[in-house]
Design a protein around this ligand. Structure first.
Ligand SMILES: NC(=O)c1ccc[n+]([C@@H]2O[C@H](COP(=O)([O-])OP(=O)(O)OC[C@H]3O[C@@H](n4cnc5c(N)ncnc54)[C@H](OP(=O)(O)O)[C@@H]3O)[C@@H](O)[C@H]2O)c1
Length: 254
């Protein structure tokens, strides 16, 4: 696919550059600083990219980038959710601009764009309920709002997915190209964390759900490389099982 990658200079974005190229995609990297991108990527990877400069809150500039480069897909790795429930960041404004741009560009191209947005684990449902994990552990709540925005979009407008990782760690400090992961493929599921361990803790009044979640949380650490590979592999086909879903992931080795 022809992929507009927004936030290519970030932790996830840099691995996505490498992963998307490794999976044979054409990558248009949308960044604020070309020199930052160039200095963080292996030369072989950087020279294969087309770079567009712009701000991720500028819907018109993103729409132009999609149309100028005839993109089929957009991946948003820009912005960073606020940790504390009282915190705020530019992430909601970024996601809103990206979705507006992708929706309008899809109308012009007469085909909905495939869109991946980075979210976080607390946007997933607590298994067996329709409540987000953020109701039990109120951190990174901005992802919950972004997911609600995605769900409000008519399905014929954008074919979206939100990747919902817990902490992601680098496997190597320098980004490798082609992308390699020594950790293997992630197991993924729609809307809930896969392989969530059951526990009697959940029956404790008031704090049971929170304790249950906290005993599970550390099992959900994955690597940046694994996550980038999942998105890049998924974009090899339009027939994704993750369209219209928040995607929970776990490293089966953990
Ligand atoms: N890292 C984790 O462990 C983790 C875990 C779960 C979820 N997530 C989510 O994954 C996403 C990416 O995380 P990350 O760790 O890769 O973040 P990061 O390293 O802080 O990268 C953020 C990226 O956003 C770009 N950006 C920010 N504001 C922008 C703007 N107005 N216009 C254009 N670009 C802008 C930054 O560009 P500059 O280089 O120009 O500043 C950078 O490329 C976030 O939504 C985060 O909440 C991360």
């Amino acid at each position: 696919m022809r992929v507009l990658l927004i936030g290519a200079t970030g932790n996830v974005g840099l691995r996505l550059c490498s992963a998307l190229l490794t999976h044979g995609h054409t990558v248009i990297a949308y960044v604020r600083s070309t020199s930052k991108l160039e200095s963080a990527l292996p030369r072989d990877a950087f020279t294969r990219l087309t770079v567009v400069n712009g701000d991720a809150m500028d819907a018109n500039a993103i729409k132009s980038a999609i149309l100028d480069h005839s993109c089929d897909a957009v991946v948003n790795a820009s912005g960073l959710a606020a940790l504390a429930p009282w915190g705020s960041s530019t992430l909601p404004a970024i996601v809103s601009a990206v979705l507006k741009a992708a929706g309008e560009a899809g109308e012009v191209q007469k085909r909905p764009l495939r869109v991946w947005v980075l979210g976080g684990m607390t946007a997933l449902h607590y298994p067996g309920t329709q409540k987000p994990l953020a109701s039990y552990l109120p951190i990174f709540r901005e992802h919950v709002g972004n997911l609600a925005l995605l769900k409000s979009i008519p399905s014929e407008t954008i074919e979206w997915s939100m990747l919902c990782p817990m902490t992601m760690v680098p496997e190597t400090e320098n980004v490798a190209f082609p992308l390699k992961s020594s950790r293997g493929k992630l197991v993924a599921s729609r809307d809930i964390p896969p392989n969530f361990n059951n526990s009697v803790l959940k029956y404790i009044p008031l704090i049971g759900g929170t304790l249950h979640l906290m005993t599970n949380a550390s099992r959900y650490e994955t690597s940046l490389e694994q996550n980038a590979d999942l998105i890049a592999e998924d974009l090899e086909t339009r027939e994704s099982k993750f369209i219209g879903a928040a995607v929970g992931i776990i490293d089966p080795a953990r």
